[in-house]
Structures are given as C-alpha cells and as structure tokens.
Design a binder for this molecule. Structure first.
Ligand code: MG
Length: 260
C-alpha cells in the first residue's frame, strides 16, 4: 500500500495511491487506514510529506565508501543525530539555501517509518514495528557540519527545509537490497545499494529502540551512499529509492528577513 498526505481546502488528509490516483482515506496509517472516495490523479493532487513524526533520527556514515570520501573510518557503532521535525518538507517543496552556509549538499537516503510504538525491540522483531519506507534527503550544510565546535551536527543538519521526505510511504518492501540514487539537474551524483549498509535496518531498530521510545510516524534516516555533492540555488534534486519512487525538490535562495 502507498500512503500519502495531501492538502485540500479541509486541511491535511491521509490518502492512498492506487494506479496513479489518490484516494481519500479514513482511519489511521498502520492501524485501520481504508480508501474511500477518489481525490484526483497524482499530478493534480498536492502531496505533502507522508509523515508527521515526533522525531527524525538519522544515522551518519552508514556506507563505508561514504565515510571514506571525507577521510573517515567506518564507525564501530552507529553515529546518531537528530533533524528537527520543523525541517521536514514534502515532494516539490523548495529547499531554502541558507545565507549562513556556502556549501549545502544532498544526501539520498532510505527513510524507515515507524508503524507501532517501539521500545527495546529485538532485531528479529524489527519488521513488526516498521510501518513502511519512503525517500529522504538529509540536506546538509557541510561547511557548518565540519566547522562547528565539538563535532556538533545540529546546525549543519537542522536548517528549515533540510529534510525532504516522500512522495509516499510504501508499506510492502524488503529494505535489504534497494538502489538509492541522487540526481541533480539530470546528472547522477549518488548510486548505492542498501545491501552496503554497515548497520542494516533491523540492527538499527534494535540499537535505537534500546534507549529511545519510537512512536508511530517517527522516521529513521539510514545514511547516504558515496557521491554527496553541492546543491546550488536554481538546481533541482531528485532522490530515488528502488521500490518506492522519486522525491524531487527545487533549491531556492532563503528568503531574507523571513520570520514565518
Ligand atoms: Mg545523512
């Protein structure tokens, strides 16, 4: 099943995509979501990020080849960090290039969406708490990530609009060997497979849920393959994950003096 969120005059709603058509849905994702009436075709309906998480927890350097491209060793345990939920945007929404950074990178990632409360979950039972998967872009102000004191990544990873997610949640997917790519203005920049993960999805669910209560809708970004590179104002970046679909976002200059 492909679960979407979309906007209409009544506000934000859950929907289900079938054969390129968005159907309105009643109930809650991963509990009792059921399709009802037809809303329109995918190109007519404005999709929003398909999650409303309490937390977005991310894994750094989960592909050895990506760790190496910045001269880092493959980590012995997962490197974890958060992105603020206020950084989430949906498909088609603009990534705002902040004035505080001169180097903003794309990071194509498989995003795991938690489907049930998860605390101290053994890796053998991880599938029971996973609701589905979507595409994520862990947009990063690389210069700030490197220069901020104490190895802090919060500022470099946390700007508003730095967490594109979508276009939908695919609930039926085996995450163990999926192609993950990033394309900028038609140029393929990243091309990896989740089979190259240092820490696979079941291990990450066990590791994270060992200390943190995960709630339905929470997102786990699983790390990016090698080939990260810069975005520019005016460019368009597409993250594609095999078996899910494409997440495309334009890059615009950050609005000066915006307080919205
Ligand atoms: Mg990342």
């Amino acid at each position: 099943v492909r679960i979407v969120r979309y906007g209409d005059e009544a506000g934000d709603r859950w929907g289900i995509v079938e054969d390129g058509v968005v159907l309105a849905a009643s109930g809650e994702p991963f509990v009792d979501l059921r399709p009802t009436t037809e809303v329109g075709s995918l190109d007519e309906v404005r999709l929003l990020a398909p999650v409303r998480p309490h937390a977005v927890i991310c894994v750094g350097r989960n592909y050895a080849a990506h760790a190496e491209e910045f001269g880092n060793e493959a980590p012995a345990a997962p490197i974890l960090f958060h992105k603020p939920v206020s950084s989430i945007i949906g498909p088609g929404a603009p990534i705002e290039y902040p004035t505080l950074s001169a180097r903003v990178d794309h990071e194509a990632e498989l995003a795991v969406v938690v489907g049930a409360p998860a605390y101290r979950v053994d890796r053998a039972r991880a599938a029971e708490v996973i609701g589905g998967y979507t595409c994520g872009n862990d947009v990063t102000a690389r210069d700030l990530q490197k220069s901020d004191p104490g190895g802090q990544w919060t500022r470099g990873k946390g700007f508003a609009t730095f967490c594109p997610l979508g276009p939908w949640i695919e609930t039926d997917l085996d995450p163990s060997d999926l192609r993950v790519t990033a394309t900028v203005d038609g140029e393929r920049r990243q091309d990896g497979r989740t089979s190259a993960f240092i820490f696979d999805v079941p291990f990450l669910i066990e590791y994270v849920s060992a200390f943190m209560r995960l709630l339905p809708g929470d997102v786990l970004l699983t790390g990016t393959p090698e080939g990260v590179g810069p975005l520019a104002v005016g460019s368009e970046v597409t993250v594609e994950v095999e078996g899910i679909g494409q997440l495309t976002n334009p890059v615009i200059a950050s609005a000066e003096g915006s307080h919205g």
